[in-house]
Design a protein around this ligand. Structure first.
Ligand code: SF4
Length: 497
């Protein structure tokens, strides 16, 4: 018989078991929540998913509710195996325990060996996401016609950079929402009690659970996305709308990161839907399908593998010497603290839902932290705790590497810094803002526009060797009033804007 499998709270799908009837150990550790201030809805989702898995497995699983993992493991008498967990610290922990057989990680498209082989073949060349993504598609035969990509092009991003629609909404139905059950009721009561007892503290609002907590719900959400939103996903995937926070996004990242869905099944389902649509002579737009596949087996997989590939010190990289602490208003997701329309809307959504899509993360929140020189590790921790889909592996590479450029350009060829003009083009925020995206000086100077120039000036020497920054730095030399802008932004610092 298969040995008992310890499944972590982000290993909750069937693909973490070797056979459907394998005995399972689940551990609910309160200490995880006591150590840091998570978004209330993230704590709810994780506990709810773990308890749903226990309920679904019935006698096959034992759920131990303890303070620490060791308390539960020390009482296990039979052999126990575990799929390699998703963080450096938890991997160290399982490897230190002689009573655990540690298997290869699951829940990603490429194995760690496959990524290592690819990286080795690249030799001294940059490990670009685009190249890895193509390799992944070839190896797993996704959206391929023989050795060529379907449609003849690998990358249809060019078609996926549309500004938002002018009427302020995408023409797609509301996403499917899960219904809470008695497990959620008990989770809510437990979290209320822990909070009242002072054992834990949260940020963000409590609210109806919006993300799947079990396999069936995850499959519903996947099907709903494929049925109603996949075709519209691509063109506006980088746009932001004040009145439409979901747009055509899949909302699948929490379910994928809890392990409820296997990314391989997700990309195959999207491809099947595309091929069926072609067979019915009503093809889904390929740029939407490819854009979605790229998110799942390109970006998500690449972020996972770079987390390991660049080693345990990757998280400490700080190439731009950014040392400002996370300001309190941001840490607390304070209501009403911010006037800037873009940041205010994004923070409001985050407070309410524990989720915003990738562009508010990168180009509003990340861009703000980058411009203001906030410590990248502190931002990584903040993103990890505040987003329902945040985990250490996903945030280290995304924040330290992609959004804060703290790795000096290992992941992204240039910093994702942008002024108000970018936000104005890609959203409908600026029209209703007290700031003016075109202004860099004075009372109504946009803090993103002024912050962009101040960021460039502060990092002028560090960025000078980067060819892709040459034009931006030349612009800095031509800028009138640069000194005043820099002084204005120095005084503004990380005060709420
Ligand atoms: Fe944001 Fe500046 Fe636009 Fe206001 S003007 S919404 S602060 S980018």
């Amino acid at each position: 018989p298969a040995t008992r499998r310890w499944c972590f709270a982000d290993q909750l799908g069937p693909h973490f078991l070797d056979r459907p009837d394998q005995p399972v150990l689940l551990i609910e550790s309160k200490a995880v929540f006591a150590r840091r201030r998570f978004h209330r809805q993230k704590a709810h989702l994780v506990l709810s998913a773990l308890r749903h898995r226990a309920a679904e497995l019935g006698d096959q699983a034992e759920l131990r509710q303890v303070h620490t993992y060791a308390e539960a493991l020390d009482r296990v008498r039979e052999p126990l195996s575990v799929c390699a967990p998703t963080t450096w610290s938890s991997r160290d922990y399982v490897l230190r325990r002689p009573d655990l057989a540690v298997l290869a990680a699951r829940g990603f498209v490429a194995t760690q060996e496959e990524f290592a082989g690819w990286a080795e073949r690249r030799g001294r060349q940059r490990l670009l996401m685009e190249d890895f993504y193509r390799d992944n598609r070839r190896r797993h035969d996704v959206l391929m016609d023989g050795v060529e990509p379907v449609g003849g092009r690998w990358n249809l991003d060019h078609d996926n950079r549309e500004p938002p629609p002018s009427d302020g909404r995408l023409d797609v139905p509301e996403p499917w929402w899960p219904e809470e059950d008695e497990i959620d009721e008990r989770v809510r009561a437990d979290l209320d009690r822990w909070e009242a007892d002072g054992d834990v503290a949260f940020v963000g609002d409590d609210g109806p659970r919006l993300f799947p907590a079990n396999r069936q719900e995850a499959l519903y959400r996947l099907r709903d996305f494929l049925d109603t939103r996949l075709g519209a996903f691509g063109p506006h995937e980088d746009a932001m709308l004040d009145g439409d926070r979901w747009m055509a996004h899949s909302l699948l990242s929490p379910a994928l990161n809890l392990g409820l869905l296997d990314p391989v099944e997700v990309v195959h389902a999207a491809e099947r839907r595309y091929r069926d649509s072609v067979a019915m002579s009503d093809p889904l737009p390929l740029n939407s399908v490819e854009g979605f596949v790229r998110q799942v087996m390109g970006w998500r997989d690449y972020i996972w593998h770079t987390y390991w590939h660049f080693g345990r010190d990757f998280r400490h990289a700080n190439a731009l010497a950014a040392h400002e602490p996370v300001p309190e208003w941001l840490a607390d997701l304070a209501d009403g603290a911010v006037d800037a329309a873009c940041l205010s809307d994004v923070l409001g959504d985050l407070r309410r839902d524990g989720w915003v899509h990738h562009i508010p993360r990168l180009m509003v929140l990340g861009n703000y932290a980058l411009q203001r020189g906030i410590d990248p590790l502190a931002m990584t921790d903040w993103f990890h705790r505040t987003f329902v889909d945040g985990y250490d592996w996903v945030m280290v590479a995304n924040v330290v590497g992609m959004s804060q450029h703290a790795d000096g350009g290992l992941l992204a060829t240039k910093p994702y810094a942008a002024g108000g003009a970018y936000i104005d083009r890609m959203s409908d925020y600026c029209g209703g803002c007290r700031y003016d995206p075109r202004k860099r000086l004075g009372e109504d100077a946009c803090p993103f526009t002024a912050g962009y120039w101040a960021f460039l000036e502060r990092n002028r020497e560090r960025l000078a060797p980067n060819q892709r920054m040459r034009r931006a730095l030349q612009g800095l030399d031509r800028l009138k009033g640069l000194e005043e802008v820099v002084e204005q932004e120095r005084l503004r610092g990380t005060e709420a804007i």
